[in-house]
Design a protein around this ligand. Structure first.
Ligand code: AMP
Ligand code: ZN
Length: 114
């Protein structure tokens, strides 16, 4: 989609530190990491927010989660654990309106989130 930051990153138009790519998914390091590992997993297809997902996106969402698990494993996080976060809308603090999962790990996180 024109004028979407994550569409431009996924297509390579805007540079990023890529950590994973397949035909449907692109993943890259967050520019403002909140943990030693902080990777954003985005679909190449533009979808504005998680609440816009349709039944036909089920496989894509599954692939996003599996990509997050693979990246966590590749970063040695399987033993210590990690968190996968998806912010949807204003109250969750969604800043970029192209769906993404945050994979964060390498330190302890509190619960519930603030
Ligand atoms: P969210 O609040 O869930 O929409 O998160 C958006 C995330 O995108 C934030 O963690 C930002 O630090 C990150 N971000 C914004 N611009 C870039 C960029 N150019 N490259 C990498 N990460 C970015
Ligand atoms: Zn987009």
């Amino acid at each position: 989609m024109k004028d979407c930051l994550f569409c431009k990153i996924a297509s390579g138009e805007i540079p990023s530190q890529k950590v994973y790519e397949d035909k449907d998914i692109f993943a890259f390091n967050d520019i403002k990491p909140q943990a030693p590992t902080h990777v954003l997993i985005v679909p190449k297809k533009h979808i504005d927010k998680l609440s816009s997902l349709k039944g036909t996106d089920a496989e894509l969402v599954g692939k996003m989660l599996l990509a997050a698990n693979k990246i966590a494993k590749d970063n040695g996080l399987n033993g210590s654990g990690y968190r996968i976060v998806g912010n949807c809308g204003q109250d969750a603090g969604q800043l970029v309106f192209h769906i993404h999962l945050h994979l964060i790990g390498g330190r302890k996180f509190g619960w519930p989130p603030g």
